[in-house]
Design a protein around this ligand. Structure first.
Ligand code: KMH
Ligand code: ZN
Length: 270
């Protein structure tokens, strides 16, 4: 089976230090966490920036600083968020694309997100996608619902997205698709055959969905953005601890873990 690409989602926009005392927040902390995840077997980091007060920010300058600090330590793939927090404007959310990262997230539709609405109109998805392709950034298509997969397929036909696609199924968000095995299978069976895909799931669903992805030939996203626990009632010590477990389990199943350069080939990055 193809080697496993592990993405570490280090910080997210929603988790707080009160919930997870080891959450990386400053650019230095995020770069150090990225490096530890790289050593543990991650080949990509999904990054959300925080400002000096620890609040989510999409400000270009924070992403630039984080990118440079990570690149000074290792060659892990830097994948900034364009999702930001639910209250960020599309203009704010787009800023990290200007750094020309190899990949950035592109959320493929609107859904409820806890008590909030995560707004992604078709018009804005197209604006985000256009700018990404202009700058040579491959989108990772964040799909919180099956309808978002269908939108991606439609947008390939419209010439807005370019195959081969790379999907990230984010399951178990309250207000969107669940995170049972059948939910993942439905997503996997719905994408074009030449696509690559990663599976992420929220809270207690993270590990079982990650395990299923390893066995199904997909790739894995783990980290504090989606889940702060190592197991029930026990907070994880670090993002790297979660990555280490995935790398170990994958190897136990006979599936080697990709280096960043191997992941670049698998994901079709330049
Ligand atoms: N924080 C969520 C509202 C992404 O990074 O692209 C959106 C999100 C998706 O995390
Ligand atoms: Zn994110």
């Amino acid at each position: 089976m193809e080697k496993l690409v592990i993405t570490a989602c280090l910080t997210g926009a929603e988790v707080t230090r009160d919930q997870q005392p080891n959450l990386p927040i400053t650019p230095d902390e995020i770069a150090q966490a990225a490096y530890e995840c790289y050593l543990a077997g991650a080949s990509m980091v999904h990054v959300h920036a925080r400002d000096k007060e620890g609040n989510p920010t999409q400000d270009f300058k924070y992403y630039k600083e984080i990118k440079e600090k990570i690149e000074a330590k290792c060659n892990i793939i830097f994948q900034p968020s364009t999702g930001g927090a639910t209250w960020h404007t599309p203009e704010q959310r787009m800023q990290p694309i200007e750094l020309k990262p190899e990949m950035a997230t592109l959320s493929m539709g609107t859904c409820n997100f806890g008590d909030d609405v995560f707004m992604n109109t078709e018009k804005n998805i197209k604006i985000f996608a256009k700018r990404m392709y202009e700058l040579g950034v491959k989108p990772e298509l964040e799909c919180f619902e099956k309808g978002m997969v269908d939108s991606a397929i439609r947008m390939v036909k419209q010439g807005i997205l370019k195959a081969p696609l790379h999907f990230d199924f984010v399951l178990g968000v309250p207000g969107a698709m669940g995170a049972e095995l059948r939910d993942l299978l439905y997503m996997v069976e719905s994408i074009p055959a030449d696509s690559t895909w990663t599976a992420a799931a929220v809270g207690r669903f993270q590990l079982p969905i990650n395990m299923a992805a390893i066995m199904l030939g997909g790739h894995v996203r783990t980290g504090f953005e989606d889940n702060i626990y190592y197991k029930k009632g026990e907070l994880a010590k670090s993002n790297a601890q979660l990555v280490e477990r995935i790398a170990y389990l994958s190897r136990e199943f006979g599936r080697e873990v990709a280096t960043p350069d191997e992941a670049r080939v698998i994901l079709g990055l330049k």
